[in-house]
Write a protein that binds this ligand. Structure first.
Ligand SMILES: [Zn+2]
Length: 153
């Protein structure tokens, strides 16, 4: 699932998104973020349950490719620039794709959304945030982040 080749990973640095998001994606694409499934490999005694849907594992694969919340948001996001065919593609592959089928603007939106999903997951763990999740709020926030970053450039 996760490409390890640095030449492919370098694609991520070409995206026009805030540097803190690029650094997160760089680590995430190498499976170097502290999901519970990774911590458990180091004998961390914690149940691995998705903090977004409570119905899957806290892993890169689940959070960014399988989680119901992520899939709904991804579906809604790709309706927006009329790229619905991209919905089926694995998030990690799509982020690094150089295909004309996946324009850079689309990958930038997906990159921002991926970062925001991680931020939401962390807020749920560390700030004990329990309110209901609305995928459309995530999509709106993604577009807002992109627009405000472009406006500053
Ligand atoms: Zn989930």
């Amino acid at each position: 699932m996760i490409p390890k080749h640095n030449s492919t990973l370098k694609e991520i640095w070409k995206l026009k998104i805030p540097p803190r998001m690029i650094i997160f994606l760089w680590r995430m694409l190498q499976n170097r973020i502290a999901t519970v499934d990774t911590l458990r490999k180091r004998d961390w005694p914690m149940p691995s349950i998705c903090y977004l849907c409570r119905n899957g594992e806290d892993s890169v694969q689940h959070l960014f490719n399988e989680c119901r919340y992520t899939l709904q948001a991804k579906h809604s996001l790709f309706c927006y620039p009329h790229n619905l065919h991209l919905f089926q593609i694995d998030t990690t592959l799509l982020l690094l794709s150089k295909s004309p089928q996946a324009p850079v603007q689309t990958r930038e939106l997906l990159a921002i959304m991926t970062f925001l999903i991680w931020r939401e997951r962390c807020q749920r763990i560390f700030n004990e945030k329990h309110n209901n999740l609305h995928f459309q709020a995530l999509v709106d926030q993604t577009i807002l982040e992109r627009d405000s970053y472009y406006a500053r450039k």
